[in-house]
Design a protein around this ligand. Structure first.
Ligand code: F6P
Length: 337
């Protein structure tokens, strides 16, 4: 069999470990041919590819980013305009012309949706979930998340000492537009005093009171972790608003740190390397068994798969019943509501 592999959407630590997991298993165990497609779906459109062999798959396990490159090009949409129709047709054609028996798509929510559309149009596809945001429905965890949480936690750890020395409130903005998984996990692991996630929203007075209450107990510094997707009712970003609001309401000097792309760059953690390797290996098993139209996932702690049709268009969000939230509340951590 000849399989194509591409990475699409924002990059994240562990993509190369996945490419290696798919590629090496496909070549060594199953005797398949592996073609790497450059720059996501735009590479497929332009048939911009390279043969991946054991040599090109060596030395990439611990590398951040993706050796194949990535793009936000969707390539295949529901047939909306004539341009979309043309592009979609080109994708189907490129798949045939490259002589692929299966296309493996590594990506986030958007990519899983596109991969499902390709499946509906008759291509043999497998989806591999990747994102630091951990918000892909149908899998308990995505690779990249653990690395991002490690980076954010280390940053919060470091902010504690400077916050305490200066008796300041430190606002830390972490990634997560719709889902607050990084804020929740890094906030709890970093001992934050207030954690705000988009799913729960927030009341500024509750945040201010949590900080005042700490001050009354003699704790003049506080750490507030905010997911970038937390917004005010008028859609303004909460982080920008809270800087001024907290300082004015509590009288405590307030500073902010935006972690940004640092959370997405660099080497994957050992956990993410092993997760990515196993997900990649499982993808080849599905291909060998001709079980297409599936996304590889983690279910009940084991590597498994789920039909792409079940995943497409959904998001996995933090719920108020999450154990870290319940436990956090019991310890006096404020979630802003
Ligand atoms: O990888 C997910 C994510 O990091 C989001 O949390 C973030 O807001 C977004 O990607 C930004 O990515 P880009 O600027 O590459 O579109």
């Amino acid at each position: 069999m000849k399989i194509g592999i591409l990475s699409s959407g924002g990059d994240c630590p562990g993509i190369n470990a996945t490419i290696r997991g798919v590629g090496k298993t496909a070549i060594t165990h199953y005797g398949m041919e592996v073609v790497g497609i450059h720059g996501g779906f735009s590479g497929l459109l332009n048939k911009d590819t390279e043969v991946l062999d054991e040599h090109s798959l060596s030395g990439i396990l611990n590398l951040g980013g993706t050796i194949l490159g990535t793009s936000r090009e969707k390539g295949f949409r529901e047939m909306l305009t004539s341009v979309d129709q043309e592009k979609s047709q080109c994708i189907l054609q490129a798949y045939q012309e490259l002589g692929l028996d299966c296309l493996v798509c590594i990506g986030g929510n958007g990519t899983q949706k596109t991969t499902n559309l390709l499946s509906e149009h008759g291509l043999n596809v497998i989806g591999l979930p990747k994102t630091i945001d951990n918000d892909i429905w149908g899998t308990e965890i995505t690779f990249g998340f653990d690395t991002a949480v490690n980076i954010a936690t280390e940053a919060i750890d470091r902010l504690h000492s400077t916050a305490s020395s200066h008796r300041r409130v430190m606002l830390v903005e972490v990634m997560g537009h719709k889902a607050g998984w990084i804020a929740l996990y890094a906030g709890m692991a970093g001992g934050a005093d207030v954690i705000l996630v988009p799913e729960l929203g927030f009341n500024p007075e509750v945040v201010n009171e949590a900080i005042r209450e700490r001050a009354r107990k003699g704790k003049q510094h506080s750490i507030v972790v905010v997911a970038e997707g937390v917004k005010l009712p008028d859609k303004r970003k909460a982080t920008d608003f809270l800087m001024k609001e907290i300082e004015e309401a509590t009288g405590i000097e307030t500073r902010k740190t935006v972690l940004g792309y640092i959370q997405r760059g660099g080497n994957p953690s050992p956990f993410d390397r092993n997760l990515a390797t196993q997900l990649g290996g499982y993808a080849t098993e599905l291909i060998a068994n001709r079980q297409f139209g599936q996304m590889v996932c983690v279910k009940d702690g084991a590597i498994s798969s789920i039909p792409l049709a079940e995943v497409a268009g959904k998001l996995k969000l933090v719920t108020p019943e999450h154990n870290l939230i319940i436990q956090g509340k019991r310890m006096g951590i404020s979630f802003g509501v």
